[in-house]
Design a protein around this ligand. Structure first.
Ligand SMILES: Nc1nc2c(ncn2[C@@H]2O[C@H](COP(=O)(O)OP(=O)(O)OP(=O)(O)O)[C@@H](O)[C@H]2O)c(=O)[nH]1
Length: 418
Protein backbone atom coordinates (compact mmCIF):
# COMPACT_ATOMS: atom_id res chain seq x y z
CA UNK A 1 0.00 0.00 0.00
CA UNK A 2 1.42 3.37 -1.02
CA UNK A 3 1.78 5.57 2.05
CA UNK A 4 1.39 9.31 2.14
CA UNK A 5 1.82 11.79 4.95
CA UNK A 6 -1.25 13.19 6.68
CA UNK A 7 -0.38 16.61 5.32
CA UNK A 8 0.00 15.44 1.75
CA UNK A 9 -3.48 13.88 2.03
CA UNK A 10 -4.93 17.03 3.65
CA UNK A 11 -3.33 19.27 1.06
CA UNK A 12 -4.67 17.16 -1.78
CA UNK A 13 -8.16 17.26 -0.29
CA UNK A 14 -7.97 21.03 0.20
CA UNK A 15 -6.73 21.52 -3.32
CA UNK A 16 -9.40 19.35 -4.92
CA UNK A 17 -12.29 20.78 -2.96
CA UNK A 18 -11.14 24.36 -3.52
CA UNK A 19 -10.65 23.77 -7.23
CA UNK A 20 -14.04 22.11 -7.51
CA UNK A 21 -15.75 24.98 -5.63
CA UNK A 22 -14.00 27.61 -7.72
CA UNK A 23 -14.74 25.95 -11.04
CA UNK A 24 -18.37 25.31 -10.10
CA UNK A 25 -18.83 28.84 -8.73
CA UNK A 26 -17.03 30.35 -11.71
CA UNK A 27 -19.15 28.51 -14.27
CA UNK A 28 -22.38 29.37 -12.42
CA UNK A 29 -21.49 33.03 -12.05
CA UNK A 30 -20.30 33.29 -15.66
CA UNK A 31 -23.58 31.75 -16.83
CA UNK A 32 -25.62 34.16 -14.69
CA UNK A 33 -23.57 37.12 -15.93
CA UNK A 34 -23.97 35.96 -19.50
CA UNK A 35 -27.77 35.59 -19.25
CA UNK A 36 -28.19 38.96 -17.49
CA UNK A 37 -26.10 40.73 -20.10
CA UNK A 38 -27.90 39.01 -22.94
CA UNK A 39 -31.28 40.01 -21.55
CA UNK A 40 -30.12 43.59 -21.29
CA UNK A 41 -28.70 43.68 -24.81
CA UNK A 42 -31.85 42.06 -26.22
CA UNK A 43 -34.02 44.60 -24.48
CA UNK A 44 -31.95 47.33 -25.98
CA UNK A 45 -32.19 45.85 -29.48
CA UNK A 46 -35.96 45.47 -29.12
CA UNK A 47 -36.16 49.12 -28.15
CA UNK A 48 -34.04 50.11 -31.18
CA UNK A 49 -36.19 47.95 -33.47
CA UNK A 50 -39.32 49.69 -32.22
CA UNK A 51 -37.66 53.10 -32.71
CA UNK A 52 -36.67 52.14 -36.27
CA UNK A 53 -40.20 50.92 -37.03
CA UNK A 54 -41.65 54.17 -35.75
CA UNK A 55 -39.09 56.29 -37.63
CA UNK A 56 -39.57 54.63 -41.04
CA UNK A 57 -43.40 54.35 -40.81
CA UNK A 58 -44.02 57.42 -43.01
CA UNK A 59 -41.30 56.50 -45.51
CA UNK A 60 -42.71 52.99 -45.89
CA UNK A 61 -46.29 54.31 -46.16
CA UNK A 62 -45.31 56.68 -48.98
CA UNK A 63 -42.83 54.31 -50.61
CA UNK A 64 -39.92 56.71 -49.99
CA UNK A 65 -37.12 54.22 -50.15
CA UNK A 66 -34.34 56.80 -50.06
CA UNK A 67 -35.54 58.42 -46.85
CA UNK A 68 -35.99 55.01 -45.30
CA UNK A 69 -32.40 54.08 -46.26
CA UNK A 70 -31.07 57.28 -44.76
CA UNK A 71 -33.00 56.77 -41.52
CA UNK A 72 -31.71 53.19 -41.32
CA UNK A 73 -28.10 54.34 -41.95
CA UNK A 74 -28.28 57.00 -39.26
CA UNK A 75 -29.78 54.70 -36.69
CA UNK A 76 -27.34 51.87 -37.61
CA UNK A 77 -24.39 54.19 -37.03
CA UNK A 78 -25.83 55.81 -33.90
CA UNK A 79 -26.88 52.56 -32.24
CA UNK A 80 -23.94 50.54 -33.46
CA UNK A 81 -25.99 48.04 -35.49
CA UNK A 82 -24.35 45.64 -37.88
CA UNK A 83 -27.28 45.65 -40.25
CA UNK A 84 -30.87 46.79 -40.25
CA UNK A 85 -33.53 46.12 -42.88
CA UNK A 86 -37.13 47.01 -43.44
CA UNK A 87 -39.07 44.38 -45.33
CA UNK A 88 -42.52 44.65 -46.71
CA UNK A 89 -45.28 42.25 -45.73
CA UNK A 90 -44.53 40.13 -48.80
CA UNK A 91 -40.90 39.75 -47.66
CA UNK A 92 -39.36 42.14 -50.22
CA UNK A 93 -36.59 44.31 -48.78
CA UNK A 94 -37.71 47.94 -48.79
CA UNK A 95 -34.70 49.56 -47.12
CA UNK A 96 -31.41 48.31 -45.87
CA UNK A 97 -28.33 49.69 -44.08
CA UNK A 98 -25.14 47.98 -43.05
CA UNK A 99 -22.55 49.27 -40.64
CA UNK A 100 -19.70 46.86 -40.97
CA UNK A 101 -16.28 47.30 -39.42
CA UNK A 102 -13.17 45.23 -39.94
CA UNK A 103 -11.71 45.45 -36.46
CA UNK A 104 -11.33 42.02 -34.74
CA UNK A 105 -13.34 42.98 -31.66
CA UNK A 106 -16.13 44.18 -33.88
CA UNK A 107 -16.05 40.94 -35.84
CA UNK A 108 -16.07 38.91 -32.64
CA UNK A 109 -18.96 41.08 -31.37
CA UNK A 110 -20.89 40.48 -34.54
CA UNK A 111 -20.35 36.73 -34.28
CA UNK A 112 -21.29 36.69 -30.61
CA UNK A 113 -24.32 38.77 -31.30
CA UNK A 114 -25.34 36.48 -34.13
CA UNK A 115 -24.71 33.38 -32.02
CA UNK A 116 -26.27 34.39 -28.74
CA UNK A 117 -28.25 37.60 -28.79
CA UNK A 118 -30.23 39.09 -31.59
CA UNK A 119 -31.80 36.13 -33.31
CA UNK A 120 -34.82 37.47 -35.03
CA UNK A 121 -35.03 40.81 -33.33
CA UNK A 122 -37.98 42.21 -35.10
CA UNK A 123 -40.57 44.93 -34.84
CA UNK A 124 -43.59 45.56 -37.05
CA UNK A 125 -43.99 48.78 -39.01
CA UNK A 126 -47.58 49.73 -38.39
CA UNK A 127 -49.61 52.62 -39.69
CA UNK A 128 -52.89 52.87 -37.84
CA UNK A 129 -54.28 49.33 -37.87
CA UNK A 130 -52.35 48.33 -41.00
CA UNK A 131 -49.10 46.36 -40.82
CA UNK A 132 -46.80 47.82 -43.53
CA UNK A 133 -43.81 45.58 -42.98
CA UNK A 134 -41.26 44.67 -40.44
CA UNK A 135 -37.90 45.83 -39.16
CA UNK A 136 -35.15 43.25 -38.84
CA UNK A 137 -31.86 44.16 -37.27
CA UNK A 138 -28.67 42.70 -35.98
CA UNK A 139 -26.75 44.45 -33.23
CA UNK A 140 -23.05 45.02 -32.88
CA UNK A 141 -22.08 42.65 -30.05
CA UNK A 142 -18.94 44.68 -29.31
CA UNK A 143 -20.51 46.27 -26.24
CA UNK A 144 -21.80 42.88 -25.17
CA UNK A 145 -18.38 41.29 -25.63
CA UNK A 146 -16.58 44.08 -23.77
CA UNK A 147 -19.07 43.97 -20.92
CA UNK A 148 -19.04 40.19 -20.82
CA UNK A 149 -15.27 40.00 -20.68
CA UNK A 150 -15.14 42.72 -18.01
CA UNK A 151 -17.59 40.80 -15.87
CA UNK A 152 -15.64 37.64 -16.60
CA UNK A 153 -12.39 39.40 -15.61
CA UNK A 154 -13.84 40.62 -12.30
CA UNK A 155 -15.23 37.17 -11.74
CA UNK A 156 -11.91 35.46 -12.38
CA UNK A 157 -10.14 38.00 -10.19
CA UNK A 158 -12.60 37.36 -7.35
CA UNK A 159 -12.25 33.61 -7.75
CA UNK A 160 -8.46 33.91 -7.81
CA UNK A 161 -8.61 35.98 -4.65
CA UNK A 162 -10.94 33.43 -3.06
CA UNK A 163 -8.53 30.65 -4.02
CA UNK A 164 -5.65 32.60 -2.49
CA UNK A 165 -7.53 33.24 0.76
CA UNK A 166 -8.56 29.56 0.87
CA UNK A 167 -4.94 28.56 0.41
CA UNK A 168 -3.69 30.90 3.15
CA UNK A 169 -6.39 29.68 5.56
CA UNK A 170 -5.65 26.06 4.69
CA UNK A 171 -1.91 26.63 5.31
CA UNK A 172 -2.67 28.27 8.64
CA UNK A 173 -4.89 25.39 9.76
CA UNK A 174 -2.33 22.94 8.47
CA UNK A 175 0.39 24.75 10.43
CA UNK A 176 -1.60 24.52 13.67
CA UNK A 177 -2.32 20.82 13.14
CA UNK A 178 1.30 20.19 12.20
CA UNK A 179 2.68 22.00 15.26
CA UNK A 180 0.46 20.08 17.68
CA UNK A 181 0.92 16.75 15.94
CA UNK A 182 4.67 17.36 15.91
CA UNK A 183 4.64 17.98 19.65
CA UNK A 184 2.77 14.71 20.24
CA UNK A 185 4.94 12.65 17.91
CA UNK A 186 8.13 14.35 19.13
CA UNK A 187 7.29 13.54 22.74
CA UNK A 188 6.59 9.88 21.94
CA UNK A 189 9.88 9.63 20.03
CA UNK A 190 11.98 11.37 22.72
CA UNK A 191 10.45 9.21 25.43
CA UNK A 192 11.32 6.09 23.48
CA UNK A 193 14.94 7.26 23.30
CA UNK A 194 15.57 8.61 26.81
CA UNK A 195 12.72 7.21 28.95
CA UNK A 196 12.34 10.48 30.88
CA UNK A 197 8.77 9.84 31.97
CA UNK A 198 8.54 12.99 34.09
CA UNK A 199 7.99 15.04 30.94
CA UNK A 200 4.49 16.33 30.21
CA UNK A 201 2.76 17.59 27.07
CA UNK A 202 1.36 21.15 27.09
CA UNK A 203 -2.33 21.85 26.45
CA UNK A 204 -3.34 22.02 22.80
CA UNK A 205 -5.77 24.31 20.97
CA UNK A 206 -7.26 21.51 18.91
CA UNK A 207 -9.67 19.64 21.15
CA UNK A 208 -8.90 16.14 19.88
CA UNK A 209 -5.15 16.65 20.23
CA UNK A 210 -5.66 18.13 23.67
CA UNK A 211 -7.67 15.07 24.76
CA UNK A 212 -4.95 12.82 23.31
CA UNK A 213 -2.27 14.88 25.07
CA UNK A 214 -4.05 14.65 28.41
CA UNK A 215 -4.46 10.87 28.02
CA UNK A 216 -0.78 10.67 27.12
CA UNK A 217 0.14 12.68 30.23
CA UNK A 218 -2.03 10.44 32.38
CA UNK A 219 -0.25 7.40 30.95
CA UNK A 220 3.12 9.00 31.66
CA UNK A 221 2.09 9.68 35.25
CA UNK A 222 1.00 6.05 35.55
CA UNK A 223 4.29 4.78 34.09
CA UNK A 224 6.22 7.11 36.39
CA UNK A 225 4.34 5.77 39.40
CA UNK A 226 4.88 2.16 38.35
CA UNK A 227 8.57 2.89 37.73
CA UNK A 228 8.92 4.46 41.16
CA UNK A 229 7.24 1.40 42.69
CA UNK A 230 9.54 -0.89 40.72
CA UNK A 231 12.64 1.04 41.73
CA UNK A 232 11.48 1.00 45.35
CA UNK A 233 10.79 -2.73 45.21
CA UNK A 234 14.15 -3.32 43.59
CA UNK A 235 15.90 -1.26 46.25
CA UNK A 236 14.16 -3.22 49.00
CA UNK A 237 15.10 -6.47 47.28
CA UNK A 238 18.70 -5.33 46.94
CA UNK A 239 18.78 -4.36 50.61
CA UNK A 240 17.23 -7.70 51.57
CA UNK A 241 19.77 -9.47 49.38
CA UNK A 242 22.60 -7.51 50.92
CA UNK A 243 21.49 -8.28 54.44
CA UNK A 244 20.98 -11.94 53.51
CA UNK A 245 24.43 -11.96 51.95
CA UNK A 246 25.81 -10.29 55.06
CA UNK A 247 24.16 -12.91 57.23
CA UNK A 248 25.58 -15.66 55.03
CA UNK A 249 29.08 -14.14 55.10
CA UNK A 250 29.39 -12.89 58.65
CA UNK A 251 29.47 -14.14 62.19
CA UNK A 252 26.41 -12.96 64.05
CA UNK A 253 28.18 -12.55 67.41
CA UNK A 254 31.19 -10.44 66.47
CA UNK A 255 30.06 -9.08 63.09
CA UNK A 256 33.34 -10.30 61.56
CA UNK A 257 33.54 -12.38 58.36
CA UNK A 258 32.82 -16.07 58.89
CA UNK A 259 34.87 -19.09 57.88
CA UNK A 260 33.18 -19.44 54.45
CA UNK A 261 33.87 -15.82 53.53
CA UNK A 262 37.41 -16.10 54.81
CA UNK A 263 38.00 -19.19 52.66
CA UNK A 264 36.62 -17.43 49.56
CA UNK A 265 38.71 -14.30 50.03
CA UNK A 266 41.82 -16.31 50.89
CA UNK A 267 41.49 -18.27 47.64
CA UNK A 268 41.00 -15.01 45.73
CA UNK A 269 44.00 -13.36 47.42
CA UNK A 270 46.22 -16.32 46.55
CA UNK A 271 45.15 -16.24 42.92
CA UNK A 272 46.02 -12.54 42.73
CA UNK A 273 49.29 -13.05 44.59
CA UNK A 274 50.24 -15.88 42.25
CA UNK A 275 49.62 -13.58 39.28
CA UNK A 276 51.47 -10.60 40.74
CA UNK A 277 54.20 -12.50 42.58
CA UNK A 278 53.31 -10.93 45.93
CA UNK A 279 52.91 -12.48 49.42
CA UNK A 280 49.81 -13.31 51.46
CA UNK A 281 49.89 -13.79 55.23
CA UNK A 282 47.47 -15.70 57.44
CA UNK A 283 47.34 -15.31 61.23
CA UNK A 284 45.51 -18.08 63.04
CA UNK A 285 44.37 -16.97 66.51
CA UNK A 286 42.96 -19.04 69.35
CA UNK A 287 41.97 -17.63 72.75
CA UNK A 288 43.97 -19.05 75.61
CA UNK A 289 42.05 -21.02 78.21
CA UNK A 290 38.81 -19.68 77.06
CA UNK A 291 36.91 -22.66 78.38
CA UNK A 292 37.81 -21.69 81.93
CA UNK A 293 36.48 -18.14 81.36
CA UNK A 294 33.20 -19.61 80.19
CA UNK A 295 33.17 -21.89 83.16
CA UNK A 296 34.06 -19.20 85.71
CA UNK A 297 32.13 -16.18 84.44
CA UNK A 298 29.41 -17.70 82.34
CA UNK A 299 28.69 -18.01 78.66
CA UNK A 300 27.56 -14.32 78.34
CA UNK A 301 30.91 -13.17 79.71
CA UNK A 302 32.61 -15.47 77.21
CA UNK A 303 30.56 -13.90 74.43
CA UNK A 304 31.48 -10.39 75.57
CA UNK A 305 35.12 -11.43 75.59
CA UNK A 306 34.89 -12.83 72.04
CA UNK A 307 33.32 -9.55 70.84
CA UNK A 308 36.06 -7.56 72.56
CA UNK A 309 38.83 -9.75 71.17
CA UNK A 310 37.41 -9.32 67.67
CA UNK A 311 37.32 -5.54 68.13
CA UNK A 312 40.91 -5.49 69.36
CA UNK A 313 42.17 -7.61 66.44
CA UNK A 314 40.31 -5.35 64.03
CA UNK A 315 41.91 -2.29 65.61
CA UNK A 316 45.39 -3.77 65.29
CA UNK A 317 45.33 -4.48 61.54
CA UNK A 318 44.93 -2.41 58.38
CA UNK A 319 41.49 -1.53 57.05
CA UNK A 320 42.21 -3.67 53.97
CA UNK A 321 43.08 -6.77 56.03
CA UNK A 322 40.31 -9.26 56.67
CA UNK A 323 39.41 -10.36 60.19
CA UNK A 324 37.26 -13.46 60.47
CA UNK A 325 35.88 -15.60 63.23
CA UNK A 326 36.44 -19.17 62.14
CA UNK A 327 34.28 -20.60 64.93
CA UNK A 328 34.35 -21.02 68.74
CA UNK A 329 37.24 -18.98 70.13
CA UNK A 330 39.22 -19.11 66.85
CA UNK A 331 39.93 -16.07 64.66
CA UNK A 332 41.97 -15.55 61.53
CA UNK A 333 43.47 -12.52 59.83
CA UNK A 334 44.18 -12.35 56.12
CA UNK A 335 47.10 -10.03 55.34
CA UNK A 336 47.05 -9.21 51.65
CA UNK A 337 49.11 -7.84 50.13
CA UNK A 338 52.09 -8.57 52.39
CA UNK A 339 55.70 -7.59 51.85
CA UNK A 340 57.34 -10.45 53.78
CA UNK A 341 57.12 -12.79 56.76
CA UNK A 342 58.59 -10.10 59.01
CA UNK A 343 55.55 -7.86 58.36
CA UNK A 344 53.21 -10.70 59.38
CA UNK A 345 55.17 -11.15 62.60
CA UNK A 346 54.92 -7.44 63.33
CA UNK A 347 51.14 -7.53 62.89
CA UNK A 348 50.95 -10.54 65.21
CA UNK A 349 52.98 -8.67 67.82
CA UNK A 350 50.62 -5.71 67.48
CA UNK A 351 47.67 -8.00 68.16
CA UNK A 352 49.38 -9.52 71.17
CA UNK A 353 50.02 -6.00 72.45
CA UNK A 354 46.33 -5.19 72.02
CA UNK A 355 45.46 -8.12 74.30
CA UNK A 356 47.66 -7.10 77.22
CA UNK A 357 44.98 -4.94 78.84
CA UNK A 358 42.26 -7.02 80.55
CA UNK A 359 38.52 -6.78 79.97
CA UNK A 360 36.24 -5.36 82.64
CA UNK A 361 32.82 -6.98 82.55
CA UNK A 362 29.56 -5.11 83.22
CA UNK A 363 29.53 -6.41 86.81
CA UNK A 364 33.00 -4.92 87.35
CA UNK A 365 34.89 -8.22 87.14
CA UNK A 366 38.20 -8.05 85.26
CA UNK A 367 39.16 -10.87 82.91
CA UNK A 368 42.60 -11.38 81.49
CA UNK A 369 42.89 -11.85 77.77
CA UNK A 370 45.30 -14.02 75.93
CA UNK A 371 45.66 -15.37 72.44
CA UNK A 372 48.07 -17.67 70.72
CA UNK A 373 48.87 -16.80 67.10
CA UNK A 374 50.15 -18.99 64.29
CA UNK A 375 51.74 -17.26 61.28
CA UNK A 376 52.02 -18.67 57.76
CA UNK A 377 52.94 -16.84 54.57
CA UNK A 378 52.33 -17.68 50.94
CA UNK A 379 54.34 -18.73 49.01
CA UNK A 380 57.05 -19.19 51.70
CA UNK A 381 55.17 -21.78 53.79
CA UNK A 382 52.43 -23.20 51.55
CA UNK A 383 51.43 -23.28 47.92
CA UNK A 384 47.61 -23.32 48.31
CA UNK A 385 44.92 -21.68 50.41
CA UNK A 386 44.05 -24.84 52.31
CA UNK A 387 47.70 -25.68 53.04
CA UNK A 388 48.36 -22.08 54.08
CA UNK A 389 45.50 -22.13 56.62
CA UNK A 390 46.69 -25.52 57.81
CA UNK A 391 50.24 -24.21 58.25
CA UNK A 392 48.99 -21.22 60.27
CA UNK A 393 46.88 -23.58 62.39
CA UNK A 394 49.92 -25.75 63.05
CA UNK A 395 52.00 -22.71 63.98
CA UNK A 396 49.23 -21.63 66.39
CA UNK A 397 49.46 -25.01 68.15
CA UNK A 398 53.18 -24.56 68.35
CA UNK A 399 52.55 -21.21 70.10
CA UNK A 400 50.21 -22.96 72.54
CA UNK A 401 52.81 -25.62 73.12
CA UNK A 402 55.49 -23.07 73.82
CA UNK A 403 53.43 -21.49 76.59
CA UNK A 404 50.51 -19.52 74.99
CA UNK A 405 50.15 -15.73 74.71
CA UNK A 406 52.67 -15.64 71.88
CA UNK A 407 53.02 -15.80 68.10
CA UNK A 408 54.77 -18.56 66.24
CA UNK A 409 55.73 -18.65 62.57
CA UNK A 410 55.30 -21.87 60.65
CA UNK A 411 58.45 -23.84 60.13
CA UNK A 412 58.59 -27.07 58.18
CA UNK A 413 61.58 -28.23 60.26
CA UNK A 414 59.57 -28.36 63.45
CA UNK A 415 57.07 -31.17 63.74
CA UNK A 416 53.88 -29.54 64.71
CA UNK A 417 51.10 -31.26 66.57
CA UNK A 418 47.54 -30.07 66.13
N1 LIG B 1 30.88 -18.04 75.25
C1 LIG B 1 31.10 -18.74 74.15
N2 LIG B 1 31.86 -19.84 74.22
C2 LIG B 1 32.09 -20.56 73.12
C3 LIG B 1 31.55 -20.20 71.88
N3 LIG B 1 31.95 -21.10 70.94
C4 LIG B 1 32.74 -22.00 71.60
N4 LIG B 1 32.86 -21.69 72.92
C5 LIG B 1 33.62 -22.38 73.93
O1 LIG B 1 34.99 -22.04 73.76
C6 LIG B 1 35.75 -23.05 74.36
C7 LIG B 1 36.93 -23.35 73.51
O2 LIG B 1 37.87 -24.02 74.25
P1 LIG B 1 39.14 -24.54 73.62
O3 LIG B 1 39.69 -23.61 72.59
O4 LIG B 1 38.93 -25.94 73.11
O5 LIG B 1 40.11 -24.62 74.82
P2 LIG B 1 40.65 -23.42 75.69
O6 LIG B 1 39.94 -23.44 76.96
O7 LIG B 1 40.55 -22.15 74.94
O8 LIG B 1 42.13 -23.87 75.86
P3 LIG B 1 43.26 -23.59 74.89
O9 LIG B 1 42.74 -23.35 73.56
O10 LIG B 1 44.10 -24.84 74.88
O11 LIG B 1 44.02 -22.47 75.44
C8 LIG B 1 34.81 -24.23 74.56
O12 LIG B 1 34.52 -24.40 75.93
C9 LIG B 1 33.56 -23.86 73.83
O13 LIG B 1 32.37 -24.37 74.42
C10 LIG B 1 30.72 -19.05 71.85
O14 LIG B 1 30.17 -18.65 70.84
N5 LIG B 1 30.52 -18.36 73.02
Amino acid sequence: MARSTLFAALRQTYFRSTLFAIVLGGVALAAVAFLALRAQVEDNLDRIARTVAYSVEAAVLFGDKQTADEILSQIAVREGLVEVAVRRVDGETFAYARNASGEPLHRLGTQMDGAFVSHGVRAEVVSGQQVLGRVELRGDGKVFVVLFFRVLGVLLLSLGLAALVAKVLARRTEGRILAELDALAGMAHTLRLDGQFERRLPTFEIEEFDALGQDFNALLAEIQLRNAELVDRQLRLERANQSLQHLADHDSLTGMANRARFATLLKQALTEAAASGSHVGVLYLDNDRFKSINDRFGHAAGDALLIDVARRIRGAVRESDLVARLGGDEFAVLLAPLRDVGDAQRVADKILMAMTRGLRLADGVDIELGVSIGIAVYPDHASSDELLLQAADHAMYEAKRLGRGRACTYSPDVRMEP
